[in-house]
Design a protein around this ligand. Structure first.
Ligand code: ADP
Ligand code: MG
Length: 584
């Protein structure tokens, strides 16, 4: 659709001199500003005051995906940002809808995913005097501490610059979530169409390259060259950067073993000879030089210290990150490289010359031995064709699905379902594994699955625990409505962590972690015209998922898992505080 078509032609009464005057309004300016900047998709839940914005966006040729709950729309926008390096846009109504979307915005910011939450809001005059407007809330003030930047636009003529600021804030430097507050009155504001067009801003070079200082590169190479037991840790920042080829060349040229964080799996295949994923404990404990590429030393890496990391003082850290404040966040970084990952890795490579020394053979051999030992130990568990299934046998089947379909996108959430799938399902290509991220948050499942299908057009396999599924399960209607090639596998062990707990008080209520036993989640999707299947063995599971992936039809497979399988909080049960009182 042309720009002119997005403006309104207002007819003057017949016979007047200026027969027509081209006008535009806030609705059209928001849409034009997004489209001018290459944003073609909006994830939303319609309602007052943004219903017409969604309609007009759809009329203008944008893809507008309408969800059942804003948190899922927000999660979809966030992961769209991760996958495309463009801010994903989520559109919500005021106050409650805004708050529902805010969880996703905060989560996006925590994970460094670029996203813009656009919410309609009530009138400033009434909100600021607290006179009780419809859905009254000072949304801008509430959003501010939870995102990277927050802006409000009051005049139609400022929409262009407001959208431009939001886009640049979301994707430049460390990416994150941005809030854009658009009061209801703004949408109806009318202005001259030509002036409106001129007010729009196309953001030039929204995420400029950030080149590291040459001395920083030399310092990092020096530390790496002297290492006896080097290790590279690849994080989701490296996956986001889309510097896949430079990273592969650097890893292979250096010969350094690498450990992918969960969403960096597949940046190089998990089956790559240098992948130390199956020897994780060994490499973290014994490495003497650790190079972090787009990974933070947060709780997921035990803050770079403690038992996991072996003897105190036994390690030197090199870190590549775009955010200068990340350096020295938890431990001393002897060689920081501040810049974007593509530029930093290229700078490192340039100085490596033709003959870079391979890491000592005893280190490489020790890792290989450990990896082979661990893989052999795991193999029989993955091949058991038992009923009921346990996590390993069910995941063994899904592991084969991904091996045979490396282009498929795997969405993964849950406790045991997450922790075990992360280790068991090998990934082969970059940005194919999407999961609970930095917060370990439940509820990303269906939002991520929808956006993964929309943004990539590839088949999606969502492997989710029965508890995790509950947070976003209603979006299977969305998946059916948009006919998305998504296969959801619910690992159903009748409860949170496991399904066998009893009420410790002995009363009639079930235990807080127990769900309805023997529930049939597959029947939910049938209500919306999708395909449901019940799988009680790994063979049945594999067949059902293969059929779904071949057909591209929205499918939900209820995978019956032994209710006694599963441990409290999966692998992070140690984070549960214990009662300070001594047991009698
Ligand atoms: P993981 O959870 O996989 O360990 P984190 O989310 O903790 O990864 O870390 C990602 C890091 O990557 C963040 O510190 C972020 O600043 C950084 N980052 C994101 N994008 C880029 C980029 N393009 N270049 C450099 N660093 C980046
Ligand atoms: Mg469960």
């Amino acid at each position: 659709m042309t720009e002119a078509a997005a403006t309104t032609k207002t007819a003057m009464p017949k016979g007047e001199a200026a027969d027509t005057q081209d006008l535009t309004d806030g609705f059209h300016l928001v849409i034009d500003a997004l489209k001018l900047n290459g944003i073609e998709t909006i994830y939303c839940v319609p309602g007052i005051p943004i219903t017409d914005l969604g309609r007009l966006a759809q009329a203008s040729g944008m893809r507008v995906i309408s969800f059942r709950h804003e948190q899922n729309a927000g999660n979809a926008a966030a992961i769209a940002g991760f996958l495309t390096k463009k801010p994903g846009v989520c559109l919500t109504v005021s106050a409650p809808g805004f708050l529902n979307g805010l969880t996703a915005l905060a989560n996006a910011t925590t994970n460094c995913f670029p996203m813009i939450l656009i919410s309609g809001s009530s009138e400033r005059e009434i909100v600021d005097l607290q006179q009780g407007d419809y859905e009254e809330m000072d949304q801008l003030a509430i959003a501010k501490p939870l995102c990277k930047a927050a802006y409000r636009v009051l005049n139609a003529a400022d929409i262009g610059i407001g959208v431009a600021r939001a886009i640049r804030a979301a994707v430049s430097g460390r990416p994150g979530g941005v809030y854009l507050d658009l009061p209801a009155k703004l949408f109806g504001q009318v202005m001259d169409a030509e002036a409106g067009r001129r007010s729009l801003v196309k953001v030039i070079d929204p995420a400029p390259a950030q080149i590291p200082a040459p001395a920083a590169g030399a310092r990092a190479r020096d530390v790496l060259k002297r290492a006896k037991r080097p290790l590279v840790i690849l994080g989701k920042g490296a996956a986001y950067a889309q510097a896949d080829e430079a990273i592969r060349v650097f890893i292979e040229k250096s010969g350094v073993p690498f450990l992918p964080m969960s969403m960096a799996k597949g940046l190089l295949p998990d089956t790559h000879p240098q992948c130390a994923g199956a020897a994780r404990s060994l490499v973290l404990k014994d490495a003497d030089v650790v190079m972090l590429i787009g990974a933070r030393l947060n709780w997921l890496l035990s803050h770079g210290k403690g038992k996991t990391w072996g003897e105190p003082g036994s390690k030197k850290f090199i870190q590549i990150d775009i955010e200068p404040k990340e350096i020295d966040s938890n431990v001393e970084i002897v060689a920081p490289l501040v810049g974007d990952i593509g530029s930093c890795v290229s700078a490192l490579l340039q100085g490596m010359g033709d003959k870079w020394p391979a890491p000592p053979a005893d280190w490489i051999d020790a890792i290989r031995a450990k990896r082979e030992e661990n893989i052999a130990k795991m193999a029989p568990k993955l091949m058991k064709n038992s009923a009921p299934m346990d996590f390993h046998s069910a995941l063994g089947a899904l592991r084969s699905v991904i091996r045979e379909r490396p282009d498929a996108i795997l969405v993964n959430e849950g406790a045991n379902t997450l922790d075990l799938a992360r280790g068991i399902i090998d990934m082969y290509k970059p940005r194919k594994r999407l999961d609970v991220g930095t917060w370990g948050v439940m509820g990303i499942g269906m939002g991520f699955a929808v956006a993964a299908a929309i943004e990539t057009g590839k088949p999606v396999l969502a492997v989710v625990g029965d508890s995790a599924f509950g947070f976003s399960g209603m979006e299977i209607e969305t998946i059916c409505r948009y006919k998305l090639p998504v296969c959801v596998v619910v690992f159903n062990n009748n409860g949170i962590y496991r399904g066998v707990d009893v009420n410790p008080g002995g009363g009639p209520d079930p235990a807080i972690t127990a769900f309805v036993p023997g529930a049939r989640y597959d029947r939910m999707i049938e209500a919306f015209g999708g395909v449901g299947a019940n799988a009680t063995t790994p063979d049945e599971l594999k067949r059902a998922v293969d059929a779904a992936m071949d057909s591209g039809k929205p499918t939900l497979v209820n995978a019956v898992i032994d209710p006694a399988a599963g441990s409290e909080s999966g692998r992070i049960g140690n984070l549960n505080p214990k009662s300070g009182l001594k047991k009698k």
